[in-house]
Design a binder for this molecule. Structure first.
Ligand SMILES: Cc1cc2nc3c(=O)[nH]c(=O)nc-3n(C[C@H](O)[C@H](O)[C@H](O)COP(=O)(O)OP(=O)(O)OC[C@H]3O[C@@H](n4cnc5c(N)ncnc54)[C@H](O)[C@@H]3O)c2cc1C
Length: 412
């Protein structure tokens, strides 16, 4: 059995993997070019969605692409400049919207999301941040009955996988969330869902407890991986070589670059998302509220009200377009009339997305002692703890808590 492991990436995925590997008795080193939690895991909407299983590509997705190309402020937009590079990924994304593929993705996703609280709470408790985890439900709101009807297929996917929810009418919505504008006709309440009130603080605390138990976190950028017949030998980093035995690539939206060094070609694309964070807001919803047709989420956080969402396909290198965060703020004001507060901060992060919305978790079939944990897209915070547990079980040869087959890297 492996005794040591090195994890590339200190986002929520890498830190959950490292924490579970450490719990299973391995000496673990985490390598990241930045402080833990400072990339995509910093600014997400905090939703912990234990009944989520709806992939982003759904039947009929192809019909929507022209709209995404024509309006760069649409909830999902594709940059014209980046289109030639994104095209092969977009074609796979459209293919993933076939009903049979959607059902497969939904099965794979629900297995990861359902046990979120069981697998996350032990880590959060040990790190002293379980008070950040709320199980107060989530509300998905619709301003028209037609938008609600348009989501029937998604609700049906959830229902058939046992996700608990309740449909509310306009009057019930006002009872649940009195601060909402009286424009919402229908809502779906997910009582078993919840949220994390500070996603960065969660990763930071996981990193601190990991280090206090002897784990090492090294701030270096990995440039290449030296591989021998017996597996990975060393990481080539910006501060010199680092010997490795067992390797886990959990490098978020950058993982395909490292996977390629190991002989794997993976269709990973960044879906850039934004947030606008309002400190000292005069309005605080009781729970995480998602405006379904506008595709954004309002979450009560320790630091204020976070309005997060939107998808922009424009690659890893283009500068952020913060007008998208301004748009989130405008929409937040339409959602909560009179919304005001103190300082507004804006942020952009790279969601690591595979066409079928299912992450890669498991061993390389090409290089011994090498594992992957990336591609968690819109559900990385929710899926991180189950991913960490599953990956640690695969590395140590323990019985896996869920069937690892749907997450194989060789499915592409
Ligand atoms: C706007 C928005 C809202 C979201 N809302 C939710 C939500 O409500 N619920 C939910 O479950 N998910 C949500 N997500 C998704 C979630 O945030 C991501 O899936 C998750 O953070 C991905 O974690 P990660 O560890 O894979 O990536 P990251 O946090 O990006 O971590 C990857 C790390 O790898 C490092 N790295 C990369 N390459 C190298 C290299 N060569 N050398 C060294 N280090 C390297 C990076 O520096 C980075 O720190 C949201 C995302 C966005 C953008």
């Amino acid at each position: 059995m492996a005794r040591q492991a090195t994890v590339i990436g200190a986002g929520v995925i890498g830190m959950c993997v490292a924490s579970y590997l450490q719990r299973m008795g391995l000496a673990v080193t985490v390598v990241d070019g930045v402080r833990p939690g400072m990339n995509c895991s910093f600014g997400n909407a905090g939703a912990l969605s234990s009944g989520s299983c709806v992939p982003i590509a759904m039947p009929g997705v192809a019909r929507q692409i022209p709209k995404w190309l024509l309006d760069d402020m649409a909830p999902l937009a594709v940059s014209w400049r980046y289109l030639p590079r994104a095209l092969p990924w977009l074609l796979r994304f459209v293919a993933a919207g076939r009903p049979s593929s959607v059902e497969r993705s939904a099965d794979a996703l629900i297995a990861l999301t359902r046990p979120v609280f069981d697998n996350l709470l032990p880590l959060a408790k040990e790190a002293g941040v379980d008070s950040l985890i709320y199980r107060t439900g989530q509300l998905h709101v619709y301003s028209t009955n037609a938008a609600f009807e348009g989501d029937r297929l998604a609700l049906d996917l959830r229902r058939r996988r046992g996700a608990a929810f309740e449909v509310l009418d306009a009057q019930e919505i006002r009872q649940f969330e009195p601060a909402l504008a009286p424009i919402f006709q229908k809502a779906v309440l997910f009582p078993g869902h919840g949220h994390c009130a500070n996603p960065f603080a969660l990763v930071d605390a996981l990193a601190a407890v990991f280090q206090s138990k002897g784990g090492k976190i090294i701030e270096r950028r990995v440039l290449d991986i030296e591989v021998g017949a017996d597996g990975p030998r060393a990481l080539v980093t910006d501060a010199g070589p680092m010997p490795v035995e067992t390797l886990v690539v959990a490098a978020g939206a950058w993982s395909h670059r490292l996977a390629r060094r190991l002989g794997h070609k993976v269709p990973l694309e960044t879906q850039r998302g934004y947030h606008a964070m309002l400190a000292d807001p005069n309005v605080t919803p009781r729970r995480n509220v998602q405006w379904a047709e506008r595709k954004f989420i309002a979450t009560p956080m320790e630091m204020g009200l976070r309005l997060a969402g939107t998808v922009e396909i424009a690659g890893l290198d283009a500068p952020p377009q913060y007008s998208r965060a301004d748009r989130l703020l405008e929409q937040g004001r339409a959602m909560f009339p009179g919304l005001a507060g103190g300082t507004v901060t804006k942020w952009m992060g790279h969601r690591p997305c595979l066409p079928d919305s299912v992450p890669v978790i498991g061993p390389s079939d090409r290089v011994p002692n090498t594992y992957f944990a990336f591609g968690h897209g819109h559900l990385g915070l929710t899926c991180a703890s189950t991913t960490g547990r599953l990956l640690a079980e695969l590395v140590t040869g323990a019985k896996p808590c869920i069937d690892p087959a749907p997450y194989r890297i060789d499915r592409f």
